[in-house]
Design a binder for this molecule. Structure first.
Ligand SMILES: [Zn+2]
Length: 306
């Protein structure tokens, strides 16, 4: 599994505390112990932490009497599909970066070949998480796009929403996720940004300090569903990894792939740049699971087989 070396080197107390916590939580390592009785379906959950911005992988092993299965959590339902290795079915879920802490029930339905439905419920305790916070003093024209650009921004937001709305019902990934570039990051996923004392945005991605012109690589295999020059995101590639998992790469200076193309893990997608709304060369890397905003770094630790 790829070790996020650059991320571990961040001299930020909060980042280290989160990573230290992950060493005792059941993440990035073999999934949880089986939850169910020996005779019924066996469910295993893999996650770094049960906190806002974290992904969860649900694995289900059955005795062969299941026709299909689905899982519902935090208002989203998805089917479990064959996992690599052929021993189980699995699904990806996420806890949105603005999700409310507290107890939330995960419901798994197993549809048997005989027509019977088995329902399994598990309460998961979502802990609170404090994200970094920054105050910016930016020029007004930087914060507020010109009126002429608003129509384009709206149209492009719809384009991105459409590209990431279709759940491909098979896993296209190839083993664990990898960093798109190994430069250090600013550890700024979830950062709340006050521009001129107004809460302007929550940073739903991770900024990686890749040098200008260097290759930005696919974090996992999949299909390119968007390769466009966006007003805010600049030259952007979005990859569909299947099962509702999408990764996005922004502000590039040049695109090297086209929409519809199948990419392998680590395929160069483009060159690092500073296009769109950006103050200098870097990669804006983001991940969504079923439209839920996930810390991309947490994806690196999911125990995914080839
Ligand atoms: Zn960013």
């Amino acid at each position: 599994m790829t070790r996020p070396r650059a991320l571990l080197a961040r001299p930020v107390a909060v980042a280290l505390a989160v990573l230290a916590l992950s060493l005792v939580a059941p993440a990035g390592r073999p999934p949880d112990k089986p939850q169910a009785q020996a005779t019924g379906p066996i469910i295993r959950l893999a996650y770094r932490a049960l906190q806002p911005g974290e992904p969860i992988v649900v694995f289900l092993e059955t005795d062969g009497t299941a026709k299909s299965a689905s899982v519902t959590f935090l208002g989203r339902t998805v089917d479990l599909r064959p996992a690599p290795g052929g021993r189980s079915v699995f699904a990806f879920l996420g806890i949105d970066l603005r999700a409310k802490p507290g107890s939330h029930t995960m419901t798994i339905k197993v549809y048997k070949t005989g027509g019977e439905v088995e329902t399994i419920r598990k309460d998961l305790e979502v802990a609170d998480k404090t994200f970094p916070f920054t105050k910016l003093q930016l020029k007004r024209e930087y914060v507020t796009p010109p009126a002429a650009a608003l129509e384009r921004i709206k149209r492009e937001a719809e384009l991105v929403a459409l590209a990431t709305s279709v759940v491909t019902p098979e896993w296209l990934g190839d083993g664990p996720f990898a960093l798109p570039h190994d430069a250090p990051s600013w550890s700024n996923f979830g950062q709340r940004r006050l521009n001129n004392n107004v809460l302007e945005s929550v940073h739903a991605g991770l900024d990686i300090r890749a040098p200008f012109g260097e290759n930005i690589r696919a974090a996992n295999a999949g299909t390119v569903v968007l390769a466009s020059d966006l007003y805010l995101g600049g030259k952007t590639v979005i990859i569909d990894h299947g099962l509702g998992v999408f990764s996005s790469y922004g502000h590039m200076s040049k695109l090297l792939v086209k929409r519809g193309e199948a990419v392998k893990k680590s395929t160069p997608l483009g060159l690092c740049g500073s296009t769109g709304r950006s103050t200098g060369p870097h990669l804006h890397w983001s991940v969504k699971i079923l439209d839920v905003r996930i810390d991309p770094e947490a994806m690196l630790r999911l125990p995914l087989e080839k």
